[in-house]
Design a protein around this ligand. Structure first.
Ligand code: IPM
Ligand code: SF4
Length: 477
């Protein structure tokens, strides 16, 4: 008898179940564990107190990213410049000490391969198709872009994975997001995922693992797929997945930690089986026409508060749900916006190009293509580009992108999370606006009182030149 058709999620899940208990929870084997400085100190401390070791240090990779200032990390003499903020300095010191003490592979803050953990994983070939990947970080969903079942966990779970290489989990439901047609010129993966979240809502994916399906995703580069899956968590989903294909295999081949030789051939043979079977059943399915997607921005304080660039700030009364009406009014008050205001009239004083959503080489190329030969507007006080990793930075410099950014009036920084969240010195001042390529526009996310508009890299670059949110297609037409 033919076996029941399974979704990609079910295939990866089945391959990792160690045991399932009567209450429906399962013990899942974890293939890869990424560790950063913010959510790991207590986990290591607990192991130390219990006298336990890390079960599989070889499957664990640590790299600092959140708290590091993006200013130079070594002085002219090659000496490390200490971090001024005591808490950040302490967390970095803890990771620097814990990694060698527990035998874990560590990428130093000043090493060329350092970067945002979700940029580093795929880049090093640590994140692989069909693996289970966890990290004490919600945007671990990113790695779904290479076909891994990847999701964020809490600090106590970080400890559990370090100690046992397993995790207790309940199986998620499956949500198919099918995108038909193709994206128009100037419309990017970021616009698409913002549009999707606008459609299904910030809780639309709660309880689900999303699989993104259709020709649009098949045509995407790995970088674009990572952008899409990165924001699955902003739709409330546990994880996001795109079936791995030749594009992914080509991307991974030869990466430092990817399999080699016969192991590579065996891996490819397995990875080719990683797609949802014909007739596999999803618990829910949503279809979106790519042709309807415009360059998209957010107007409020939830990633679901999206609007096409040609649109207007919505009237809270226009929402059917009374609680959404209240939330929208609060958002508008915080954002300093009025209903009916044209989105293109919203002036911005800050531009942030970076974060695990949009700091890979293609993102920087897209922004530089708009900025080439142009300058940021007078009213834009602060514009920074923060490459996702040292390798991205080096590649961009080789291509001369740094010159384009600097000539346009941008700062060119060291890799890290930067202004994506206010945990390091890169902050947007209170009451000011930022066109940001990051993934969260929450109250205070980029600093107390900061007002965030989420956009694609090309849209951020266009806003820098115009001094207000603007349709990038005016620049590229
Ligand atoms: C600090 C970290 C735990 C947090 C996360 O889990 O996502 C951060 O990366 C974020 O983006 O808000
Ligand atoms: S770049 Fe932003 S979203 Fe990504 S891990 Fe860092 S803080 Fe979280």
């Amino acid at each position: 008898m033919a076996s029941k058709p399974r979704t990609l999620y079910e295939k990866i899940w089945d391959a990792h179940v160690v045991e399932t208990r009567d209450d429906g929870t399962s013990l899942i084997y974890i293939d890869r564990h990424l560790v950063h400085e913010v959510t790991s100190p207590q986990a290591f401390e607990a192991l130390r107190l219990a006298g336990r070791k890390v079960r599989r240090p070889d499957l664990t990779l640590a790299v600092p990213d959140h708290n590091l200032p993006t200013t130079p990390r070594v002085d002219a003499a090659g000496k490390r410049i200490p971090i001024a903020d005591p808490e950040s300095a302490q967390q970095l010191a803890a990771l620097e000490a814990n990694a060698p003490a527990f035998g874990i592979r560590y990428i130093d803050a000043a090493a060329p391969a350092q970067g945002i953990v979700h940029v580093v994983g795929p880049e090093q070939g640590f994140s692989l198709p069909g693996t289970t990947i966890v990290c004490g970080d919600s945007h671990t969903a990113s790695h779904g872009g290479i076909g891994a079942l990847a999701f964020g966990i809490g600090t106590s779970e970080v400890e559990h994975v370090l100690a046992t290489q397993t995790l207790q989990l309940k199986k998620s439901k499956t949500l198919e997001i099918k995108v038909t047609g193709s994206l128009g010129p100037g419309v990017t993966a970021k616009d698409l995922i913002l549009h999707i979240i606008g459609r299904i809502g910030a809780a639309g994916g709660t309880g689900y693992v999303i699989e993104y399906r259709g020709p649009v995703f098949e045509a995407m580069s790995v970088e674009e797929r990572l952008t899409v899956c990165n924001m699955s968590i902003e739709a409330g989903a546990r994880a996001g997945l795109i079936a791995p294909d030749e594009t992914v295999f080509r991307y991974l081949k030869g990466r430092p930690l990817a399999p080699k030789g016969a192991e590579w051939d065996a891996a490819i043979a397995y990875w080719k089986t990683l797609r949802s079977d014909e007739g596999a059943n999803f618990d829910k399915s949503v279809t979106i026409d790519a042709g309807e997607v415009e360059p998209t921005v957010t107007w409020g304080t939830s990633p679901e508060d999206t609007v096409a660039i040609g649109g207007v700030v919505p009237d809270p009364a226009s929402f059917a749900d009374p609680s959404k009406q209240v939330a929208a009014q609060k958002s508008l008050d915080y954002m300093g916006l009025t209903p009916g205001q044209r989105v293109q009239d919203i002036r911005v004083e800050n531009i942030f190009i970076g974060s695990c959503t949009n700091s890979r080489i293609e993102d920087l190329r897209a922004a530089a293509a708009v900025l080439k030969g142009r300058k940021k507007a007078q009213n834009v006080k602060w514009a920074i580009v923060v490459p996702g990793s040292g390798l991205v930075k080096a590649q961009a410099e080789e291509e001369g992108l740094d010159r384009i950014f600097l000539d346009a009036g941008f700062e060119w920084r060291e890799p890290g999370c930067s202004a994506c969240l206010g945990m390091n010195p890169d902050k947007v001042p209170p009451g000011e606006r930022c066109a940001s390529t990051s993934n969260r526009n929450f109250v205070g996310r980029q600093g107390p009182g900061a007002r965030t508009h989420l956009v694609s890299p090309a849209m951020a670059a266009a806003a820098a030149v115009a001094g207000h949110l603007v349709d990038v297609r005016q620049f590229t037409a």
